[in-house]
Design a protein around this ligand. Structure first.
Ligand code: MF3
Ligand code: CO
Length: 253
């Protein structure tokens, strides 16, 4: 089994810098979610912003991925490829996932944004997805194990009548975008590695309105819900501490 890295104080400072830039890129993308905007325009803005801050988009070229952001609309769950053909329209829900590498360390975060006015059920899906992250990280503390986070996310989401994607999971994050351990959003509590101060994790519930099952499109990337219903995503990179977890992907005021 691969070891989970414990970050030193100077590495944590780099993770904070990467996290701030990543979160600011997410916020910038979120503000661009408006009718008539293409997902390629958002991607270009994200790439330019990250580079203007001295970072490099983590996703660009990762396993051949062509964008700096993943932008997934409506029934697209994750890994939507930005395109000038995808023009956002009123009522869409738009998941934006961004990563930035700064001084050798990555930040990774995502959120789902409404385009103009969306249906009450879409609004509720977005809110439940974000809240499930906060429910999960109540257990992101020394003394718990990875699957305590997973279980808390699942309990909360399923009680709200939505389902959790199983084919994709959260992960450790640091000098590499994806590090051990895997952080699923489902499963029984009390399993997986014990959490220790200095671990950095990307916790990222992917929540479907209908079935949890998904399919990968012919482009090799875009993941959609199998039943064509809506999906939402929310992610932050966090640091396990001796107390409350620290959110690394927060934008400066
Ligand atoms: N943010 C995604 C994750 O957390 C990574 C996107 S895949 C990439 O795993 F290829 F686009 F980088
Ligand atoms: Co991630």
């Amino acid at each position: 089994m691969e070891l989970i890295s414990i970050k030193s104080p100077s590495e944590i400072e780099k993770m904070r810098r990467a996290g701030r830039i990543t979160a600011a890129a997410r916020a910038l993308a979120g503000k661009m979610v408006l009718p008539g905007v293409t997902t390629l325009e958002i991607d270009t803005a994200v790439r330019k912003f990250i580079r203007s801050q001295g970072g490099e988009p983590s996703f660009l070229g990762y396993a051949g991925y062509p964008g700096s952001a993943c932008i997934s609309v409506n029934d697209e769950v994750i890994h939507g490829i930005p395109s000038k053909k995808v023009v956002l329209k009123e009522g869409d829900i738009v998941s934006v996932d961004v990563g930035a590498c700064v001084d050798g360390f990555h930040g990774d975060c995502a959120a789902t944004y409404p385009c103009g006015k969306v249906s009450p059920e879409a609004e509720r899906l977005i809110a439940v997805t974000e809240q499930s992250f906060w429910e999960g990280i109540k257990f992101a503390r020394v003394g718990y194990r990875v699957s305590d986070i997973s279980h808390a996310v699942q309990q909360y989401v399923e009680a709200q009548g939505f389902s959790l994607v199983r084919d994709y999971v959260g992960h450790g994050v640091g000098a590499k975008l994806h590090e051990p351990p895997e952080v699923p959003n489902f499963g029984p509590a009390g399993h997986g590695p014990r959490l220790m101060a200095g671990m950095t994790l990307a916790v990222e519930p992917m929540v479907n309105q209908g079935t949890w099952e998904v399919k990968v499109m012919k482009d090799g990337w875009t993941v959609k819900t199998l039943d064509g219903k809506l999906a939402a995503h929310y992610e932050n990179s966090i640091l396990i501490t001796d107390g409350e977890p620290e959110i690394l992907t927060v934008a400066e005021e």
